[in-house]
Design a protein around this ligand. Structure first.
Ligand SMILES: *Cc1c(COP(=O)(O)O)cnc(C)c1O
Length: 338
């Protein structure tokens, strides 16, 4: 019985084709700017997002951090969602390394930040306060796609209020595929965006930050300071290039599977599904801590890995087939009907 791992789309392993592509990569020392494969990946990403420049880094945590540190100085603050990855799941890096104060506010149910609420927390220019410098959005957030109309409003709002706008676009390709628009149309609303290659795109490692030439030059310095200046990193940039060529359109399969899963689980009595329809590749089930632990243990015994913080989160990816989804639904049925 094969293991089905729904904990995250980070668990994907490189396919033999991807590994072949990596082996044939041309490499050089990227700290000297001499790795042709890294340069190619950065160029491709900046073209796709319509930004002047891009920089490759080991993780999305690092691309977000170097973005915040490039936009903000010591004593600046950034406005972010209470459940935002940069705020909640990155060890407080902006404050720890950047001396940047986060100003979190609650997300709305659709994953957006209410711009009227944002306006209320923007600080006046006064020595008592941190300087409100930047707003950070996340797309997708908890599997939700931010509407393009909202992104345009957020851009306009930030320009009126003298804020920079950064996107944590770890899964921005899921959003672009779900909206059926080029990623550029999402990116054009932001000063910078960070994109993970190691989630649904299926690379084993790597993230890219895109922005203006000046901003990326600063980010390059911070990446080195933080220990992210890698050498012959073309080998791992190669899998990113491979993923961009081969694994974007197939995100539709993950979205279809997540919907099958949501539909299937919504028929299991006792399972409380947060929403019957998944916008991208995630399904959430309402559970208390005890139930989360019981269900997780049962599923593990049946060869299905699940997890989550608070609610249970089930994530589809290229290692999960339609057949797997059927097995997951029937295992939930087995457990909840016994
Ligand atoms: C995964 C993720 C990141 C970055 O995570 P790393 O594991 O450091 O690559 C950033 N933001 C969001 C929303 C994520 O899901």
């Amino acid at each position: 019985m094969s293991m089905i791992d729904l904990r995250s789309d980070t668990v994907t392993k490189p396919t033999p084709e991807m590994l072949d592509f990596m082996l044939s990569a041309k490499v050089g020392d990227d700290v000297y700017g001499e790795d042709p494969t890294v340069n190619m990946l950065e160029r491709k990403m900046s073209e796709m997002t319509g930004k002047e420049a891009a920089i490759f880094a080991p993780t999305g945590t690092q691309t977000n951090l170097i973005a915040l540190m490039s936009h903000c100085d010591r004593g600046d603050e950034y406005i972010v969602g209470q459940q935002g990855h940069t705020y909640k799941y990155e060890g407080g890096g902006a404050a720890v390394f950047g001396s940047i104060q986060p100003q979190p506010i609650d997300y709305k149910l659709d994953g957006t930040l209410d711009l009227d609420e944002v306006r209320k927390v923007i600080k006046p220019n006064d020595n008592h306060f941190a300087r409100s410098k930047l707003m950070c959005l996340e797309n997708t957030h908890a599997g939700k796609v931010l509407p393009l109309k909202y992104l345009r409003e957020a851009k306009e709002f930030c320009s009126q209020n003298n804020l920079l706008l950064h996107l944590d676009g770890a899964r921005v390709f899921n959003a672009s595929v779900a909206l059926d628009v080029p990623v550029r149309l999402i990116a054009e609303n932001f000063h910078s965006l960070s994109i993970c290659l190691s989630k649904g795109l299926g690379s084993p490692v790597g993230s890219v930050l895109c922005g203006s030439k000046t901003m990326i030059a600063k980010a390059r310095r911070w990446r080195k300071v933080l220990g992210g200046g890698m050498r012959q990193s073309g080998y791992i940039a190669a899998c990113g290039l491979y993923a961009l060529e081969n694994n974007i359109d197939r995100l539709n399969d993950d979205h279809r599977n997540a919907n099958l899963l949501a539909k299937g689980l919504s028929t299991v009595s006792g399972v409380k599904i947060r929403e019957n329809k998944s916008q991208t590749n995630m399904v959430f089930l309402k559970m208390d801590a005890h139930q989360l632990s019981t269900v997780t243990k049962y599923m593990e015994k049946k060869g299905i890995k699940v997890g989550g913080y608070g609610d249970m989160r089930l994530v589809t990816h290229l290692g999960v087939s339609e057949k797997d989804i059927k097995r997951v639904v029937s295992t939930f049925q087995e457990l909840f009907h016994q």
